[in-house]
Design a protein. Sequence first.
Length: 290
Amino acid sequence: MLELLKSKILVSDGAIGTELLKLSNEKNPEILNLKKPHLVERLHANYINAGADIITTNSFGANPVRLKDINIYELAKTSAQIAQKVKTENKFIFGSVGPTGLKPNDKKFKNIDAYFSEQICGLNDGGVDAILIETMIFIEEMKIAYKVARTETKLPIAVTMSFHLTKNGFQTYGGADLKSSIKAMLNLGAEIIGANCGNGFSEMTILVEKLKLDAKEAFIMIKPSAGIPKRINNDLIYPDAPDKISKFVEKFVNLGINIIGGCCGTTPEHIKVIREIVDKTTQKQKAWAQ
């Protein structure tokens, strides 16, 4: 996969959690791996059919802080096995590892290496192709998750953090600024670094320009959300509809982003648009180069 990234932009899938929440009343979508695995399998298949090269396991919140009285190892392993059922040739499975929800000054924070170990070992044994440590807002937690992944597996590791634009520039909700975060990700030695979630495609284009400047030669992955949702008739409506994202995706391609996908609120329809823009723009670039 890493060798492929030297010559090709890969398209990742879109949201897992928000899409599964549409299909079930289950508060924690990871539980659907056990209760209704066919829903998870169908979503993965929909993303592959939309053109995704990468599908992400339904394991984002698979940790003992978020899920009580659950065998986390088995849950994570099952999430990978479900994705394996629909994986086709030249496609990749990224094992999703989200934040625990703990802050560095919480008493239980000292236990998170054990929490991440259960989750990451399950993903590894389930057969993922890479570990994706995503939506991190604390550098301290990101470092621990990375260390566990590097210790417990021999897989490539992608690390992405979640930023929003403030009067002081881009920061995570944990207070980490963009430059310090990029430096920390690079210093870890992650094969892929980047950003996910945030406040939509437009804001992500601003972030990506800064990210690209400081990321040196690292492979970059971005998965923007579909914007800040509004509740209309009990439904969450995201403003960045599939027909509104083309110009932003084209910018991502022209900036040299290596993996492009979506986060909260994005759907297979968004990924279909991303696939089309990636293919069309790269074809233009090749034509100009000849």
